[in-house]
Ligand binder design. Structure first.
Ligand SMILES: C[S@@+](CC[C@H](N)C(=O)[O-])C[C@H]1O[C@@H](n2cnc3c(N)ncnc32)[C@H](O)[C@@H]1O
Length: 275
């Protein structure tokens, strides 16, 4: 049987490949979380802010209408989407950098506010991700890191993940408790990891559900925007990929029905202050 290497999701290439589908199906919805995050940290004109793992600029674009923004991502495909929108909108106060969120190319104390929306949770070295956010903030600065609740609780994602896991290496059954959980999907672990970097931390829940007119709309969007699925298309032989898609689609139709769909997308906001 063909095996999927899910670790490839941690490479810029996987995100380059999904960039167009992500922008078309996901980023407008994630903009709702970005707007909440900017309000939550009361970002104001004149501040210097950094957006780590910016993607297509889901937070950086609205932020750059308020103040000066430094946006970083390791995927050139994602940054290209952001660059073209910033050019269309003639946003001058946005600086784009291709780089790794675990080794930020900024001096200590450069920013008053730092964000990583649905990015840092997937860094292989999250401790470095948090400590880099801490390092580049000035004393008194604040950070907001967003992550997801466990995907197993969201039916459409649970079905996609279960079918994909059938093709991946089995999880280590002897792993310590929590080791197989999606990172930062548990509020207590999230608080501990962020606090270990030096932050005073508050964890808050945030949710915007995605409403779609029918199953076909949901499935055509997800199949182009889900990074693991787009990656599977490149890794698997054509037949194996077609049958994976069919298994997922059949289950979605059977278990969720053909009609209007709601995807709950509950998130955590980890809010940290640097004293
Ligand atoms: C789910 S998207 C989130 C994008 C955006 N923040 C948003 O809210 O829509 C995750 C982003 O993290 C980026 N990413 C993942 N690992 C990274 C790393 N080590 N350094 C920089 N960017 C990374 C990916 O390229 C992708 O753009």
């Amino acid at each position: 049987m063909s095996t999927l290497d899910l670790s490839q999701m941690l490479t810029p290439r996987a995100w380059d490949d999904v960039a167009a589908g992500y922008r078309a199906f996901v980023s407008d919805h994630l903009r709702l979380y970005a707007d909440d995050a900017l309000k939550r940290l009361s970002v104001s004109p004149g501040e210097r802010i950094v957006d780590v793992a910016t993607g297509p600029g889901t937070l950086s674009l609205p932020a750059a209408r308020i103040t000066q923004v430094w946006a970083l991502d390791f995927s050139e495909g994602m940054l290209e989407n952001l660059r073209s929108q910033a050019t269309d909108e003639e946003l001058a106060n946005l600086t784009l950098t291709q780089g790794d969120g675990q080794a930020l190319p900024y001096d200590d104390g450069s920013f008053q506010a730092a964000f990583s929306m649905f990015g840092l949770f997937m860094f292989p070295d999250r401790a470095r991700g948090f400590s880099e956010l801490y390092r580049v903030l000035e004393p008194g600065g604040r950070a907001l890191v967003a992550s997801w609740h466990p995907p197993e609780t969201i039916p459409a994602f649970a079905i996609i993940n279960q079918e994909m896991m059938e093709l991946a290496e089995p999880l280590d059954a002897n792993a310590p408790p929590g080791a197989n959980e999606q990172p930062l999907s548990n509020a207590d672990t999230f608080r501990r990891e962020m606090a270990a970097a030096g932050f005073d931390v508050t964890i808050e829940a945030n949710n915007h559900s995605m409403e779609l007119p029918d199953l076909n709309t949901m499935w055509s969007g997800l199949s182009e925007a889900h990074v693991a699925l787009v990656m599977a298309k490149k890794q698997l032989p054509k037949d194996a990929f077609a049958s994976l898609l069919k298994r997922i689609e059949d289950r979605l139709r059977k278990e969720l029905g053909e009609g209007p769909q709601t995807i709950e997308m509950p998130a955590w906001f980890g809010i940290g202050h640097k004293s």
